[in-house]
Design a protein around this ligand. Structure first.
Ligand code: ADP
Ligand code: MG
Length: 678
């Protein structure tokens, strides 16, 4: 017997299939251990009981306590996905939705897209089998258009609610409303900040469920004097920590992809010069446009003897937790959209983050043990230049797109809409006027047929209008390409430090008359001709990954166009870019600016705000009289990015509700004395 059993075991060990099963078992066991070690686990049963008892529950717990990854699974285990109903969990950022879904799929032991999936704009990774879906808040908002009672869901978890993104705020009101006539629906409002009283009051005094955290203390170090170049200061600090501090990974908060790529380059340069004298430093970036296979790298355990440094945007503040971080470097900035309802001007800018944000960032260092946070600003700046809290996005953004969608859902009276923090009447008024000028609303403020078609496109109404207008100008193929290219435009051109001259020369070959949209279109068309060649991108200093993303986006856009019955058509006269520029102007007429007498700066036509053509624009040298821009970026000056030349007559033709003849005649004529006219 003894012998027999032994041989059986030996056989079992050699069977590769059995080995795979064993490995799987081991992995399952560790996943189970990890899940049970999270702070939320102890409260699993209490939490489920509270959810059973109350329709709406506010859940509060430190970042990393397991809210996002565990609660959905508890609900599934407790049977909330019976009868084909889904559990939805919203995230403000698509990277978080994807990364969390991947983790939960792994924990559940399934492939992503089966029982656990995600849905983000232009990408639906779910199936008939899906029970738990992580989605962006914007996408759930969009679902109200097709399914106003959200009947396919048994639980809606509005996660990261403390972030107060525009879409999260709108969802609050919408889900609160449907909860009244859907008693079977459970609502969870989860947040990482302890200040949940406001949420509770808003949701008719819903109970607050607190998950006690267990953060370790974090020592905070400020700089003694302000830093002139915070990016350089961050890089230096990373190297100092690496050289002098004990084991532990580093997390650096930067404002966007450009900064992250710059820091990554500086760090790898510095490590090269240091050679093999120092331990390995593994640099992992994380930002929205990073391909998902690279995103996953930040979660890989750091090998013994090495140190990991994660260069992240705000996403690492609360949405995703990276285990092993002991050091945080915080320059104290964030890239934000700012909007002036008086001028209707919207621009992206890097601004100081709030004290609350900075404290959250510091907290990331204290998850595995006592940590250290290095702030690249003075204590004085913290107290005097940073606001206590970040104001909700709804108070500082353009509402046109949201207003259009609310109108589509049938919410007409926006003044009485149940906003947690109502936007200013000026801001609402401004959006209504803008939508009227675009033709999405009629003069009574009702949705038009055009408006309904525009709402089909999950993008800014200006872009939607340009796409729809391209049908009339017979260039819908080109507009789809331009639209896709615009959304990756900040990462199309590759310009490495040591090859700037070659890169600039290659990029100059793409320049065509008309402006930047035409340049982007040229790049796209040349790439298509090479059959999507990687080599071609390499030779022309174009980022292959961005082009692939544009290709995906373009397919989606063509799909959306077909949904509103636009048959894709290529410009019959490809040499003539006027139809394309007219279609763009039909959407973006609002963003028009006229060259000033100085010949250097521009002024927006209606409000006369001074703006400049971005130095990277193809129109920077030879400035046209009248332009339309895609977006404004505020750095040292207000810069227009992605600019085309237009004709003054088009504005009257394409936006008769908005421009009068007197707006578009140039300065010389307008200043003529009245007596001459009469
Ligand atoms: P909370 O939502 O309360 O901030 P989470 O549920 O996001 O907490 O995180 C719980 C744990 O899951 C953390 O330890 C985190 O590191 C881990 N985790 C989350 N996403 C991933 C991932 N993609 N890969 C590996 N671990 C992850
Ligand atoms: Mg979370």
């Amino acid at each position: 017997d003894f012998v027999l059993e032994d041989t059986m075991n030996a056989e079992k060990k050699e069977d590769p299939r059995q080995q795979a099963v064993d490995a799987y078992e081991r992995q399952r066991r560790t996943i189970k251990e990890v899940r049970e070690s999270l702070p939320v686990y102890k409260y699993r049963d209490d939490l489920l009981a509270a959810i059973e008892q109350f329709q709406i529950l506010i859940i509060v717990g430190e970042t990393g306590s397991g809210k996002t990854t565990q609660i959905t699974q508890y609900l599934r285990e407790a049977g909330y996905t019976k009868n084909q109903k889904r559990i939805a969990c919203t995230q403000p950022r698509r990277v978080a939705a994807m990364s969390v879904a991947a983790r939960v799929a792994e924990e559940v032991g399934t492939k992503i897209g089966r029982e656990v999936g995600y849905a983000i704009r232009f990408e639906d990774c779910t199936s008939d089998k899906t029970e738990i879906v992580y989605m962006t808040d914007g996408l759930l908002f969009r679902e109200f258009m097709t399914e106003p009672d959200l009947n396919g869901y048994s639980v809606i978890m509005i996660d990261e609610s403390h972030e107060r993104t525009l879409h999260t705020d709108i969802l609050f009101a919408l889900v609160k409303d449907i909860a009244r006539f859907r008693p079977d629906l459970k609502l969870l409002i989860s947040s990482a900040t302890m200040d949940a009283q406001k949420f509770s009051e808003y949701f008719d005094d819903a109970p607050i469920f607190k998950i006690p955290g267990r953060p370790f203390p974090v020592d905070i170090y400020n700089t003694k004097a302000p830093e002139a170049n915070y990016l350089q200061a961050c890089v230096t600090t990373v190297l100092q920590i690496h050289a002098s501090q004990p084991k532990g990974d580093i997390l650096v908060f930067l404002t966007g992809q450009d900064e992250i790529e710059q820091a990554q380059e500086s760090l790898s340069q510095a490590m090269k010069t240091l050679g093999s004298k120092v331990a390995e430093l593994i640099v992992c970036p994380i930002y929205a446009n990073l391909p998902s296979e690279l995103q996953a790298r930040i979660f890989e355990p750091t090998p013994e003897g090495a140190r990991k440094v994660v260069l992240a945007t705000n996403i690492a503040e609360t949405s995703i937790t990276i285990d092993g971080v002991v050091y945080v470097i915080d320059p104290g900035f964030v890239k934000q959209n700012s909007y002036n309802p008086r001028t209707g001007m919207e621009s992206l800018q890097v601004v100081p983050c709030s004290q609350a944000s900075s404290n959250q960032r510091a907290g990331r260092a204290g998850r595995v043990g006592p940590g250290k946070c290095f702030r690249m600003f003075t204590q004085h700046a913290f107290l005097s230049e940073m606001e206590a809290n970040t104001p909700p996005e709804i108070l500082r953004t353009n509402l046109s797109s949201v207003v259009l969608m609310l109108k589509c859902i049938g919410i007409n009276n926006l003044i009485e809409f149940d906003f947690m923090d109502p936007p200013s009447p000026a801001s609402l008024q401004h959006s209504l006027e803008h939508l009227y000028a675009l033709g999405a609303l009629n003069d009574r403020g009702d949705l038009t047929k055009l408006g309904r078609r525009m709402a089909e496109f999950p993008m800014d109404p200006m872009m939607a209008k340009a796409l729809l207008a391209s049908e009339k100008y017979r260039c819908s193929e080109e507009m789809a390409s331009i639209c896709a290219m615009l959304s990756v435009s900040s990462a199309v051109f590759y310009r490495p430090k040591e090859k700037k001259v070659q890169a600039d020369r290659a990029h100059a070959n793409f320049v065509r008359p008309g402006g930047d949209h035409i340049v982007l279109l040229t790049i796209w068309e040349q790439w298509v001709e090479t059959r999507y060649s990687m080599q071609w991108c390499y030779e022309n200093y174009v980022q292959y990954r961005s082009m692939c993303r544009a290709r995906d986006l373009r397919d989606q856009i063509i799909g959306l166009m077909e949904r509103v019955e636009i048959i894709p058509e290529a410009n019959p006269n490809p040499g003539d870019t006027e139809p394309i520029r007219k279609a763009i102007t039909a959407g973006f007429f609002y963003n028009s600016a006229r060259l000033q007498k100085s010949g250097d700066s521009y002024a927006t036509i209606k409000r006369r705000q001074t703006v400049h053509i971005h130095p990277s624009s193809s129109l920077h040298e030879d400035k046209p009289k009248l332009v339309v821009y895609f977006e404004l970026v505020l750095t040292s000056l207000e810069f227009m990015r992605q600019v085309i030349e237009i004709d003054a007559k088009w504005l009257l033709e394409l936006a008769p509700h908005y421009y009068k003849t007197s707006d578009v005649t140039d300065d010389v004529k307008r200043k003529m004395p009245k007596t001459v006219k009469s």
